[in-house]
Design a protein around this ligand. Structure first.
Ligand code: ADP
Ligand code: MG
Ligand code: MG
Length: 869
């Protein structure tokens, strides 16, 4: 195999092999942009190394050859004492994992070549020693595994209140000695002076960083597969830390927050690598570079346009200026907020760069869901205490916490928290995941906090510079003597950047108002959503229905675009005051008593159905007959037993207790419920079917579909069906009769079941439980996180449909069901119906519709459109 690619050999389609960074460096090289020379070691080499514990044979040789070629191009050798070539060794996986893995700069420096570098730079000793100390610091932390704080502290001790740029050459030389001492103390060995050894060790450290805990956590959060591995990019160094005519920066071709076109980014003079995002000094807005170095600025703006037109999307960029010469160090299609994603997609259509079809594929259901989150009520009383940058939108309310650990701890106790930090770094990831929102006092829109929060869709305000965050004291102060301590509630608005004391009430988002039909599309975002939704609707093959049990939910679902109800649960109709009637039903000791209870329930059910049929205005309504075990409607067994034991019980209580005991089940999920209940309690299903039929007879255009739950054998369905058909005929009402497919046996005998069913609806909550043999209520807390750790699944099968197992049962049922009855109508009504990935599966497997909760309907519509493209 070929394990190493020169930048001139790759291209952007090779992300699997070269990682995103490597593939795009190659792409930029081929576009003729100013990229330092370099080469990429493939992810395949990394996977081999991680699996076998050693690099594949031949890799060392290939790397050596590419290094020689690089040396030849550059006219100097790696670490050459009098005129050294320096390189960076950079991680870069297929999917961007900002700051999660490792990169080492300035490889090739040692006690000799540092003098060569000074000479090469025209006697810039300060620069040479600064580069050397950076190497030892990064190498020490990343490759040698030394606690990075040791280096940080030594640097802080030396510089006191000054900036790092204030250190002179002598001080930096002294710092190098201190750093070398730290390396010796911590590892018992000297800092490795051999440049090739440095490079070799750095490559393996980058490979290893794939499995760093924070990288693992990030992958899980972002659902990135655990077995991809990272590529390694080796690239000639260029220097932004040369002096004030040099610097380093990051840029976006559009505002990643709103999607607006323009020049967005941060620049830092006399700096290297991560300095910009790490917030060690305050950056300047990219526009100001125009005044510092106009030629470089103009060239950068030009390149940004080239990249946008080439990638036909928002790009983000890392660049460095070395003594007036611009270098491109990285680009990729940039992360953006949900709002920006919609706006950019339609802008690109208007610019003629992409089609509407592409625009629909450029946004996701998850992003749409984010736009449906509530926002702060504009009219509410608020005490604003600061304003920072609107780094990632949304409205978040919670208790202020000042460390990642506390955030995780309090969130674990069910508290909403806002993580407040001066700036975040990759070690804060767990806290950022646990928090409702993130607030920092330093850093711009490209800071770590901002980038990661946007990626996670989490509310973030950054760079609120008026706040003095005192992490150790667990508090921050704001102007006007405001002090916020750990546990005090604050509200942050990631859309405006504002920070408020106390809890600010929230209201519907503009996008929800639009779906509600309350507003015509006015602002750019709502207009963009409207265009994309219309196109998705026009393209999708899947129908979208709602799970709704009340006329209110049904009406909302309709406004949100539901084409019917895919699941109307009748058990909710037996709660509240009606519990009494259910008790009577259960306690009935004769046919007459039972019939009386059923007769009392029937008109109530009928009026429920009338309300829903009316709300749905002629759209189909799938009504599931009662499903859960009866004892769920009865009083708690312990409470009753206590009452009886203490003599406080009435006669009725005693009868109830007997009934509850009789109905008590070890494993109700697998007990007397669903169709089994209908077959055991005479008249129960008949009453429900009659209520449906009579309601339908009264509402013109009503289209009921009667759904029998938990069927495992066609015989169960047949006997219910026979009775139902008669009742419907008597009432002169047409209704489809079908079943849920939620027991594996039903899926496996779908051909038989289809003989008695006009439709199937996959009840994937139960089907998942029964296919895996675990109950959702019991397992999620008990062992799911361990299962995720072990990679048994990448995401809970209750969230995203398990294609391999549950999906296979569905495939069988679809195929064999349709063979037996070609016009069999097929849907899904488990919670998966609103999950983006599961919607795509439902499209692929050929269902007719998905059904989900009203709020997920727009998401399902969009994803169904994307699935069809
Ligand atoms: P990450 O994936 O965390 O962004 P990078 O590999 O991009 O890590 O590198 C970290 C920083 O070092 C970035 O700012 C990058 O631009 C800079 N850098 C990487 N290689 C070089 C190089 N050869 N010359 C100058 N700066 C570099
Ligand atoms: Mg980078
Ligand atoms: Mg079920």
């Amino acid at each position: 195999a070929k394990y190493v690619y020169d930048f001139t050999e790759g291209n952007r389609n090779l992300k699997d092999l070269l990682g995103g960074k490597g593939a795009n460096l190659a792409e930029m090289t081929n576009l003729g942009l100013p990229v330092p020379h370099g080469f990429t070691i493939t992810t395949e080499a990394c996977r081999h190394y991680l699996a076998e514990g050693s690099v594949p044979s031949g890799l060392d040789q290939e790397v050596a050859e590419h290094l020689e070629a690089l040396e030849a191009k550059m006219g100097r050798k790696l670490g050459q004492a009098d005129d050294p070539l320096l390189v960076s060794v950079r991680s870069g996986a297929k999917f961007s994992m900002p700051g999660m893995m490792e990169t080492v700069l300035n490889i090739g420096l040692n006690d000799e070549s540092v003098h060569g570098l000074a000479k090469q730079s025209g006697g810039n000793d300060r620069f040479a020693w600064d580069s050397y100390r950076r190497l030892i610091q990064m190498f020490g932390k990343t490759v040698l595994g030394i606690d990075g704080d040791l280096f940080e502290r030594a640097l802080d001790d030396l510089k006191g209140r000054r900036h790092d740029t204030d250190l002179d050459s002598g001080e930096l030389q002294q710092l190098v000695e201190t750093y070398k001492g730290i390396v010796r103390d911590q590892t018992g060995k000297d800092f490795p002076a051999d440049p090739r050894e440095q490079m070799r060790l750095a490559v393996m450290a980058v490979f290893d960083s794939w499995n760093a805990p924070r990288a693992i956590l990030y992958r899980r959060q972002e659902r990135i597969p655990a077995d991809l591995g990272t590529a390694v990019n080796i690239m000639a160094m260029v220097f932004g830390n040369y002096g004030n005519d040099s610097g380093t920066g990051v840029a976006f071709t559009r505002d990643p927050g709103s999607g607006q076109q323009g020049i967005y980014g941060d620049y830092l003079q006399n700096a290297q690598g991560e300095d910009v995002v790490a917030g060690i000094r305050n950056t300047i807005p990219l526009q100001d570079l125009e005044h510092l170095d106009k030629p470089s600025y103009d060239q950068l703006v030009d390149i940004m346009e080239t990249l946008e037109n080439h990638y036909r999307d928002l790009c983000d960029i890392e660049f460095t200026i070395e003594r007036g010469k611009l270098w491109m160090l990285q680009t990729r299609v940039g992360k953006r907020t949900a709002a920006a994603a919609f706006c950019i997609a339609t802008q690109l259509v208007d610019q003629g760069l992409i089609t509407m079809d592409e625009a629909v594929t450029r946004v996701t259901g998850d992003q749409l869901a984010q736009l449906m989150f509530p926002r702060f009520d504009g009219g509410a009383d608020k005490k604003k205490i600061a304003k920072g940058m609107n780094a990632s939108p949304g409205a978040a309310v919670g208790k202020a916490v000042f460390s990642s650990e506390r955030a995780v701890e309090l969130a674990g106790q069910g508290e909403d928290v806002i993580l407040v930090r001066r700036e975040t770094n990759p070690d804060d990831l767990a806290g950022m995941i646990a928090a409702r929102g993130i607030l920092t006092s330093r850093g711009g829109k490209t800071s770590h906090a901002a980038v990661v929060a946007r990626g996670m869709g989490k509310t973030c305000v950054c760079g609120a510079e008026d706040l003095d965050v005192q992490t150790a004291e667990r508090r921050f102060t704001a102007p006007g003597g405001v002090v916020v301590s750990e546990g005090d509630v604050i509200s942050i608005d990631g859309t405006s950047g504002e920070v408020y004391l106390g809890e600010v009430p929230v209201v519907d988002s503009a996008v929800v108002e639009y779906f509600e039909g309350a507003t015509e599309p006015q602002d750019d975002l709502v207009k963009a959503v409207d265009r994309i939704m219309r196109h998705a609707d026009a393209k999708r093959r899947l129908g979208v229905r709602a799970n709704a049990d009340t006329p209110e939910d049904a009406a909302r679902a309709r406004r949100f675009g539901a084409q019917g109800i895919g699941l109307c649960r009748t058990e909710h109709m037996f709660l509240g005051e009606r519990r009494q009637l259910v008790e009577d039903l259960v306690l009935a000791s004769s046919d007459e008593e039972r019939q009386a209870a059923l007769d009392a329930l029937e008109p109530l059910q009928k009026s429920d159905f009338i309300g829903i049929f009316q709300a749905m205005q002629g759209a189909p309504v799938t009504i599931r007959l009662i499903d859960p075990p009866l004892h769920e409607f009865l009083p708690d067994i312990v409470d009753l037993s206590v009452k009886v034991a203490t003599g406080a019980a009435t006669d009725k209580d005693r009868k109830l207790l007997t009934a509850v005991k009789r109905l008590h089940e070890q494993n109700p999920m697998l007990g007397l419920r669903g169709v089994r209940l209908g077959l055991i309690i005479p008249g129960l299903f008949a009453m429900q079917v009659r209520a449906i039929a009579q309601a339908a007879a009264e509402v013109p255009g009503a289209r009921p579909e009667i759904m029998i739950p938990l069927v495992a054998a066609v015989q169960e369905l047949e006997s219910v069906r026979e009775e139902a058909v008669k009742i419907l005929a008597d009432a002169g009402v047409d209704a489809l009769i079908g079943t849920m497919i939620e027991v594996p046996r039903a899926a496996l005998t779908a051909a038989q079941i289809a003989e008695a069913a006009e439709f199937f609806s996959f009840g994937t909550n139960d089907l998942t439980q029964m296919a895996w043999g675990f109950s959702r209520d019991d397992v999620e807390a008990a062992f799911f996180s361990r299962y995720l750790d072990l990679g048994i699944f990448g995401v809970s099968p209750f969230e995203t449909l398990d294609r391999e197992g549950v999906g296979r049962l569905m495939e069988i049922a679809v195929r064999e069901g349709r063979q037996a009855r070609p016009d069999l109508h097929l849907g899904i009504c488990g919670e998966h119906g609103g999950d983006p990935d599961s919607v795509h599966f439902c499209h692929d497997v050929g269902l007719d519709y998905v059904s989900c909760s009203p709020f997920r309907i727009p998401v399902a519509r969009l994803e169904a459109g994307r699935a069809a493209l």
